[in-house]
Design a protein around this ligand. Structure first.
Ligand SMILES: O=C(O)C1=C[C@@H](OP(=O)(O)O)[C@@H](O)[C@H](O)C1
Ligand SMILES: C=C(OP(=O)(O)O)C(=O)O
Length: 388
């Protein structure tokens, strides 16, 4: 789907959608608690549909390895791989887009060590075996989703386990969010410093009612629009939220200073597109976005996609292996078509950039927002955005 947008600033009040990350975690914990939990304020995004669909397949009665279609959701895939071993002796996982090419090596190394069989053939990952309790050693900087996956599965084993990280934890806020949801469902995992977790075995998930919070990762696009002159008022966000992307509030403000700004995004990778678009329109300012290597392994190669899209619109972005240098300009020419690279966050970034373009912009693959923010285009129009 192509959408052509007239350049104009936005104005109005918006409640960002429910947090996708918290919703994945709550749904999985509720399924493990075996019913009796009430989860309110769930978004009907494709990623949340993927987790619901896979949980239904995983918990359905029957023998044999369930087939789990994870769509394009890295979280669903990496959270459910260890659980499939514990609950069903394994599973067969499929996905779309780039999903099955995204890294799984930390799990594969552990499976070799623990004698769990795995194969990845023609886009189907099959895992089979028993997950033993014990010591799980893995890197902390490939994806935090491996650590969340283990934190959900290991408490169900008979014996105690330890998770040890060989490199510093990145995207750490997502692990904190997992610990927070686990605790609400009566499951305990104890951090030991920043690179280790002790997970007592023999635990059971207890039913719990919760309402999903508004999503700071999505609110970030509206913060960016605001930083670029739109009058968007945000409501419904929890100021005490455990969401790591809550740092958008300070990061967005720090982009308003003159001179040189450096932002380390290793703990908040999803904020790169909204931060980059804001930095692109800071004339006289140079912004370095560092610690961003993992951005190459998301729905698109996001460092490359951000650079291509913003430069096509008239920005000055330089791409490096694990960072971006953004030389702020005072206006974007627009007047072109840009591709979302089938990446929801790139489509939303392009929409925010258009608010400050001189001529209309066409966004190709605009439907990609359904992955995480199905009502994004409705919200954009409610704020006065005009489609041509
Ligand atoms: O656990 C989660 O909910 C997520 C973790 C992050 O991934 P990485 O840990 O791979 O950076 C983030 O980018 C993703 O959108 C959601
Ligand atoms: C990378 C993302 O999600 P996931 O890893 O779950 O696919 C995202 O939402 O930007």
């Amino acid at each position: 789907m192509d959408i052509t947008i007239a350049p104009r600033l936005l104005k109005g009040r918006i409640t960002p959608p429910p947090s996708k990350s918290q919703a994945h975690r709550a749904l999985i914990a509720a399924a493990l608690a075996g019913g009796g939990s009430r989860i309110e304020n769930l978004a009907d995004s494709q990623d949340i549909q993927a987790t619901s669909r896979c949980l239904a397949a995983l918990c359905a009665p029957g023998s044999g390895l369930p087939l789990l279609d994870c769509g394009e959701s890295g979280s669903t895939l990496r959270f459910l791989i260890p659980l499939s071993l514990v609950l069903r002796g394994g599973g067969r996982f499929t996905g779309r887009g780039r999903l099955m090419e995204r890294p799984q090596e930390p799990y594969f190394r552990l499976f070799e060590e623990k004698h769990v069989c795995y194969s990845l053939e023609a886009g189907v990952l099959t895992v089979r075996g028993a997950l033993p309790s014990g010591c799980y050693t893995l890197p902390g900087n490939v994806s935090s989703q491996f650590i969340t996956g283990l934190l959900y599965a290991l408490p169900l084993l008979e014996g105690d386990s330890d998770i040890l990280l060989t490199t510093p934890l990145e995207s750490g806020g997502y692990v904190d969010m997992a610990l927070d949801v686990l605790e609400r469902f009566g499951v305990r995992a104890v951090p030991n410093g920043s690179c280790a977790f002790h997970v007592p075995g023999g635990q059971t998930y207890r039913p719990h009612d919760m309402a999903i919070e508004s999503d700071y990762s999505q609110a970030a696009f509206w913060y960016a629009a605001r930083g670029l002159g739109s009058q968007v008022e945000l409501q419904g966000l929890n100021p005490f939220s455990v969401q790591g992307d809550r740092c958008i509030v300070e990061d967005s403000a720090s982009l308003c200073g003159p001179g040189e700004v450096e932002l380390d995004v290793s703990q908040c990778p999803d904020l790169v597109p909204p931060l980059a678009v804001q930095a692109a329109l800071r004339p006289g300012q140079t912004t370095r976005i560092v610690g961003a290597a993992r951005l190459r392994m998301k729905e698109s190669d996001r460092l490359s996609a951000v650079t291509q899209v913003l430069n096509a619109l008239g920005s000055r972005v330089e791409e490096h292996p694990d960072s971006l240098t953004i030389l702020g300009v005072d206006t974007l020419a627009g007047g072109v078509a840009v591709d979302s690279h089938n990446d929801h966050r790139i489509a939303m970034m392009a929409a925010v950039a258009t608010t400050r373009a001189a001529a209309p912009v066409t966004i190709r693959g605009a439907e990609s927002v359904r992955k995480s923010y199905p009502n994004f285009w409705e919200d954009y129009q409610r704020l006065g955005g005009m489609f041509l």
